[in-house]
Design a protein around this ligand. Structure first.
Ligand SMILES: *Cc1c(COP(=O)(O)O)cnc(C)c1O
Length: 411
């Protein structure tokens, strides 16, 4: 039996809810969307939640609500899914990448403080943080640093206390990309409650799903009103049909997906507990493998991990790509999470990035491997994956290969 990268955790309750939504004949936006928003806001512990069509659209609307536009600078991480940075490009803003902490894989908060100070100072000090292509044009221009956009990578909260401190000191908006981290807690506080806004995503590989879907949460009623207008073609609350106050989008979520999402929110603690149990099995099974891989590192400040993926970091002498090919031949999926964003061809062309610009993100990009992971995996499947991994490593670890060759020669 092949083992896929992920599978959603669905029960009869989800099917019944979707069918009931269908039978209601409302289909567009209605009571299920409202109930889903209320349920998610209550779970996260935040005042407002607006359901949208994807995590990417939630992030995009947060950028627009923050007033980020042409030429504005936003500090973010290069070690992420491409959407967290693409939403800046949609508004012609400029991502200022700051390298990550190699242990947590989250943006390095001390470097963010340094970058914010230097960008505020401008001139020569700002140069070091600006993308290569923009250096001559902008080195002397006053900085327009507007926001910081941290990602809670693989379900582990970024260092939100320190990042919030920096944001306060430099008057920056904070937009949390919480698409991989619903329910995670940093020093006892849930992600989504730190920033001016946060985005959640419900693609089928996330901790909870609506098929496609997302949610923008905020404590700010002004942002919430803007986002509700923007997702609905720029119509303000109370506007008659075909009255559009601003340029908007169709980023709405429908009743069927909201009905599915509501059941998943109601089951969210159960969903997260099942994923944590699978992560525990991996941790146990991989304990003998630490000579050639590092299991996920959980920071002491992470008081609740929300397991999105199970990502190991292979040591330098393991040939990851050969390993992935062997796993695939045994029917086991795996992914090289994440190729760093600044090295995608369109980022290199647009901003002039080169290999070596963000060494930790690139190092992780070369060595990280996401193993099959979901709340519906059983212990047997985890053991199949880890045994296949261990036997593939015997073939593809340079020092092990060298040792085997030496043994053969001695014989
Ligand atoms: C999943 C994800 C998103 C957005 O996902 P959608 O597919 O648009 O719902 C954004 N950022 C990160 C880090 C993600 O993992």
């Amino acid at each position: 039996m092949p083992i896929p990268m992920s599978s959603p955790d669905l029960t009869a309750a989800e099917s019944e809810a979707v069918v009931a939504a269908l039978q209601s004949r409302t289909l567009g936006s209605g009571p299920c969307v409202e109930a889903f928003e209320a349920g998610l806001a209550a779970y996260v512990g935040v005042g407002h939640a607006a359901a949208v069509s994807s995590g990417t659209s939630a992030l995009h609307l947060a950028i627009v609500a923050a007033g980020i536009g042409d030429g504005d600078l936003v500090i973010t991480s290069p070690f992420s899914f491409v959407a967290s940075s693409n939403v800046l490009l949609y508004e012609r803003a400029i991502p200022i990448f700051v390298d990550v902490d190699p242990l947590t894989k989250n943006i390095d908060a001390a470097l963010v403080e340094e970058a914010a100070s230097d960008l505020e100072a401008g001139g020569e000090r700002a140069r070091r943080w600006l993308p290569p292509c923009l250096q001559p044009a902008r080195a002397s221009a006053p900085s327009r640093l507007k926001a910081v956009l941290p990602i809670h990578c693989f379900g582990q909260p970024a260092d939100m206390n320190e990042l919030s401190e920096t944001a306060r000191a430099h008057r920056l908006a904070v937009i949390e990309d919480a698409c991989e981290a619903i329910g995670a807690e940093h020093e006892g506080r849930r992600v989504g409650t730190f920033g001016d806004a946060a985005a959640f995503a419900f693609y089928p590989n996330k901790q909870m799903t609506t098929g496609e879907g997302g949610m923008l949460v905020t404590a700010r009623s002004d942002w919430d009103a803007t986002v509700r207008s923007l997702r609905n073609q720029g119509r303000d609350a109370g506007d008659p049909p075909l009255m559009h106050a601003r340029l908007g989008y169709n980023y709405r979520l429908d009743e069927m997906r909201a009905a599915l999402g509501l059941v998943q929110v109601q089951r969210l603690d159960e969903l997260l507990a099942k994923r944590a149990r699978v992560a525990g099995w991996y941790e146990e099974a991989l304990a003998p493998c630490t000579p050639w891989l590092d299991p996920p590192f959980i920071a002491p400040s992470t008081t609740r991990m929300s397991w999105f993926a199970y990502v190991v970091t292979l040591h330098d002498d393991v040939d990851r790509d050969a390993l992935m090919r062997d796993l695939e031949a045994s029917g086991i999926a795996s992914r090289p999470y994440f190729p760093p964003i600044h090295l995608y061809p369109f980022y290199r062309r647009r901003f002039g990035y080169e290999p070596g610009d963000f060494p930790w993100a690139e190092d992780l990009g070369r060595r990280c491997l996401a193993l099959p992971f979901s709340g519906v995996m059983d212990e047997e499947q985890v053991n199949v994956v880890t045994s296949a991994l261990a036997s593939a490593v015997r073939r593809h670890r340079k020092s092990a290969v060298a040792a085997a060759v030496a043994t053969r020669q001695r014989r």
